[in-house]
Design a protein. Structure first.
Length: 257
């Protein structure tokens, strides 16, 4: 049985505290940027526009994830304390909202760059996004947050900052699923199996949110009002993304040249 009591602060420089979550979050974005540079060079596309794309995606991720957390997970608290919405350093980011924010950011980017096809870009962005999602869940593990339900299994982890019960390390379950999704998408890309535009993006949505739906059964409730619900808020929010992924895979086709 593992006892986990990691300090969420990686480095303290006077009043400035550098958190593991922030480092992993930023590290996922920067590594994803390097992967997209490699993809652009591999396919003969100019990499100059990637700086703008990364900025759009980062802003979309943070705004979407924050607003979704406020609306779906702690609405009463934030509506009574609206200034707290701005304090994102205290935590509170919802992946479903982050996904919507990213999709909106990509739509805006594509409208400004007529030489970039939307599905082409979504298929390729799915690769580093899966890896970034893995990093974010590792950050949750370092913070001892989004913990699992109690378990009798020998793989249980005691999150001492929460209580002394052995629990499912559901953050690591999710991180593992997202890492496998990244590897699968990368292998498919290297084997040139992305000729049908929208297929990789659909596979990404289905696997990421499908695994999220299943693993929610092992999590403690994330919203106070969902206690006792058979289906969690996170599962309800995952369903549209799963359906979108299936639809994209069914409609995927090779573009005309």
């Amino acid at each position: 049985m593992i006892h986990w009591n990691a300090d969420p602060i990686l480095l303290q420089l006077g009043p400035l505290a550098i958190h593991w979550y922030g480092v992993l979050f930023a590290g996922g974005f920067l590594l994803g940027y390097q992967i997209m540079q490699w993809i652009y060079r591999r396919e003969g596309h100019p990499t100059e526009q990637l700086d703008k794309l990364l900025t759009f995606i980062f802003i979309g991720t943070v705004l979407g994830a924050r607003l979704a957390h406020v609306v779906f997970y702690e609405p009463a608290y934030y509506f009574n304390n609206p200034w707290e919405i701005l304090k994102i350093w205290k935590g509170g980011l919802a992946s479903h909202g982050g996904t919507l924010g990213v999709l909106l950011a990509i739509l805006i980017f594509v409208r400004q760059h007529s030489d970039v096809r939307l599905l082409w870009l979504l298929d390729r962005l799915a690769i580093p996004t899966a890896l970034t999602a893995c990093f974010i869940r590792l950050g949750n593990f370092m913070n001892s947050e989004i913990v699992g339900l109690p378990t009798d299994g020998s793989w249980g982890v005691v999150f001492e900052k929460v209580d002394m019960l052995p629990r499912h390390p559901v953050q690591l379950y999710e991180a593992g699923c997202y890492l496998l999704t990244f590897i699968l998408l990368l292998v498919l890309y290297r084997l040139n199996k992305m000729q049908r535009e929208g297929l990789a993006f659909g596979l990404f949505m289905t696997l990421i949110f499908g695994s999220r739906f299943l693993l929610e059964f092992f999590k403690t409730p994330q919203a106070a009002y969902e206690v006792g619900y058979s289906i969690s808020v996170g599962q309800w929010l995952s369903v549209p993304f799963i359906l979108l992924g299936i639809l994209m895979m069914l409609r995927a086709k090779t573009p005309r040249i």
